[in-house]
Write a protein that binds this ligand. Structure first.
Ligand SMILES: CC(C)(COP(=O)(O)OP(=O)(O)OC[C@H]1O[C@@H](n2cnc3c(N)ncnc32)[C@H](O)[C@@H]1OP(=O)(O)O)[C@@H](O)C(=O)NCCC(=O)NCCS
Length: 177
């Protein structure tokens, strides 16, 4: 997602990692917890593994998000406390929420963790009176597009040259009402 691009740009280039091919993790149980600044290092590391094309957030972006009162974040932990997934949402002044990022460790993918985080966010945001969630994603990110469609998001627009490398984005929206 390109949101917070301007903040990212203030802190220099982001490390670009090579693709990672993960062996699936052994079966475990998962639980959702609020993400706190104490987990900054762990979430930074996981986000670098999830976003390997240079669009991962820097430690400064996470520091900003953890200290921004409009920000809400959750993680999914395994039975032994390892972080397997994370997400951040920003509450907009207009009452809508902006899903800024979501990532699942490669070895824990296709186990419903992202869908679980999205549904957890729906519940939390409904309680806060939020009526709409918006997000952007790269048009090439077909796994994420399917995840969001399956989770009730609708594609409402395609924004040209949205990302710094010129790729377009899809704008998707979900109504919580
Ligand atoms: C996209 C991402 C968050 C999905 O996480 P996940 O935990 O594996 O997703 P889930 O298991 O909850 O999948 C839910 C549904 O999404 C769709 N989906 C998820 N990954 C998919 C894939 N690789 N290919 C096709 N569909 C996929 C499927 O419909 C899936 O349901 P199914 O498994 O019953 O078919 C994860 O692949 C990821 O972290 N990618 C890198 C970071 C990223 O692109 N984040 C989104 C930025 S916009």
């Amino acid at each position: 997602m390109a949101f917070l691009d301007s903040i990212r740009g203030m802190f220099g280039p982001v490390r670009v990692a090579r693709n990672e091919y993960a062996v699936s993790a052994p079966p475990t149980t998962y639980s959702v917890h609020p993400l706190t600044e104490r987990q900054s290092k762990e979430v930074l590391k996981l986000n670098q593994r999830c976003f390997r094309n240079g669009e991962n957030y820097t430690k400064h972006t996470f520091a900003y998000l953890f200290n921004e009162p409009r920000s809400i974040s959750y993680q999914i932990a395994t039975a032994n406390g390892e972080m397997a997934a994370f997400t951040f949402v920003l509450l907009n002044p207009d009452g809508a929420a902006h899903l800024t990022t979501i990532g699942v460790a490669p070895e824990h993918r296709r186990r419903g963790l992202a869908a679980k985080l999205l549904s957890h966010l729906d519940e939390v945001l409904r309680v806060k009176g939020v009526s709409t969630i918006v997000l952007e994603l790269r048009v090439s990110n077909l796994p994420a597009k399917r995840l969001y469609t399956d989770s009730g998001y609708s594609l409402i627009n395609r924004l040209k040259n949205y990302y710094s490398d010129g790729e377009d984005c899809f704008l998707m929206v979900k109504s919580l009402v």
